[in-house]
Ligand binder design. Structure first.
Ligand code: SF4
Length: 92
C-alpha cells in the first residue's frame, strides 16, 4: 500500500496485556508489526507512525483492540519515532 504524501501521520502502540497474537496487524502492515515467535505478542518493528487511514484500518482489524492510535498527529514529512515497548517483563 503506497503512502499518501499529504496524509497525517499518527502514532501507534500495542497493549501487550490485550494482544492475543492473532497476527492480523502483521498481515495488514508487515513492515510495521511482527508477532514474536516466543511470546506470541505483536510488537512494532519499523515505525510507530503510519498515515491515519492505514493506522485506523490496522487498528480496526485487531480482534482484541490491542492497537491504539494517538490522535496527536505527526507531520507528513516528519520522521516517525519508535513506539514504547509495552510488553510486560516476565517475572524472574
Ligand atoms: S492484530 Fe491485535 S491481537 Fe493480533 S497480533 Fe496484532 S496487536 Fe495482537
Amino acid at each position: 500500500m503506497s503512502q499518501q504524501i499529504d496524509e497525517p501521520m499518527v502514532r501507534l502502540a500495542i497493549d501487550a496485556d490485550v494482544c492475543i497474537g492473532a497476527g492480523q496487524c502483521e498481515m495488514v502492515e508487515p513492515n510495521t508489526f511482527i508477532v514474536d515467535d516466543e511470546t506470541a505478542i505483536a510488537r512494532i518493528i519499523d515505525s510507530a507512525a503510519l498515515p491515519k487511514p492505514r493506522a485506523q484500518h490496522v487498528a480496526e482489524r485487531c480482534p482484541s483492540g490491542a492497537i491504539s492510535i494517538s490522535h496527536s498527529a505527526v507531520g507528513p514529512n516528519s520522521r516517525p519515532q519508535p513506539a514504547a515497548d509495552l510488553r510486560r517483563v516476565p517475572p524472574s
